[in-house]
Design a protein around this ligand. Sequence first.
Ligand code: FMN
Length: 202
Amino acid sequence: MYIDATDLPRGGGYRMLVGSVMPRPIAWITSGTDPVNLAPFSAFTWVSVDPPMLGVTIQQRAVGGSRRDKDTLHNIRTTGEYVVNIADDMMLEQVHASSEGFTADVGEAEHLGLTLAPSVSVAVPRLAEVPVAMECRLDRIMRFSAVGGSFVVGTVVGWHVRDDVWGGDRIQYDRVHPIGRLAGPRYTRVGEIIELPPVPGG
Ligand SMILES: Cc1cc2nc3c(=O)[nH]c(=O)nc-3n(C[C@H](O)[C@H](O)[C@H](O)COP(=O)(O)O)c2cc1C
């Protein structure tokens, strides 16, 4: 089966991408301060290791017949600061519920019973319970198409790592228990961990 991307119907590109790029990690982003907005984004990766920089694709929201920017994008553009929180699998239902299209006056963290804690270098609070939270400063926003998405790139200015996952000089990968997103409202936990010998020059 070969699928020509130009033959896809409206929305078909999204469907093909979510089935092709998976499982995806989830950036659970806090932004703004009054109220603090919280939403999950799985079009998420890093784009530089030195300096450490993260990238997230934020699409527009369809409202009636028109489209508008999501609150997260609006807040990041306005304040230049945000926090990328990484949830563990015990928080899956709250991650999912935080994607509801609340109006901008609702603070999702408070609404879902999550605790906010102050950040060190940015004004936006982080989620207190998560294993890892990364304080970020906006570097640039690249809008690739009117509806397709804006790629938000930020520099990590500081990490908060929960004591039980901190291994002295690194995050212990087998203690984080991250969530992966598949297609639509379907998620996965980390299953078997397979360790292979390092490859020379790899
Ligand atoms: C697990 C998960 C991952 C999501 N990933 C994205 C994403 O990468 N990009 C996006 O635009 N929306 C994504 N969404 C939808 C947003 O979370 C949703 O539109 C949310 O209401 C945006 O909130 P905001 O308007 O407060 O920013 C995702 C939803 C879920 C449940």
